[in-house]
Ligand binder design. Sequence first.
Ligand code: HEC
Length: 121
Amino acid sequence: MFKTISSLAAFALFSGAALAQDAAPAGDIKNGEKHFLSDGCYQCHGVGGNGAALTGPKLSRTALPFEAFLNQLRKPAAEMAPYEAAIMPEKTAADIYAYLKAQPASPAAKDLPLLMGMGVK
Ligand code: HEC
């Protein structure tokens, strides 16, 4: 019995390590911010990746796994221009991803000064 439990524990540890490997590569948030601005992402996706109704979806705190994020850059789903490896190395993409993941959560509507007093709950 103990043996089963300890091998289960070993398995859990091992798969935890495997999961950690699948996670996004460590990125440089500052460099990511620089590229988000200089490489034009913000022009369609808004400052901080907050999204703009007509030009690009919200990217701030994206739920996409890094692989899907990178895939969108290389082979965009629809209208976004591609960012091939020659102009955007994977390392830069990882930095931008880290920058987007590090964005603060949006405040609740009731905490937005502009909406206070307008009955927003
Ligand atoms: C010319 C406008 C434009 C620019 C510049 C642009 N995007 Fe996009 N992006 C879009 C549009 C529009 C979509 C919606 C899907 C599509 O058209 O491929 C999108 C979708 C995405 C998505 C998928 C979001 C999701 O949740 O499915 C990611 C990730 C993304 N863009 C990242 C970036 C990054 C990073 C940059 C800068 C390197 C960038 N985009 C530059 C317009 C743009």
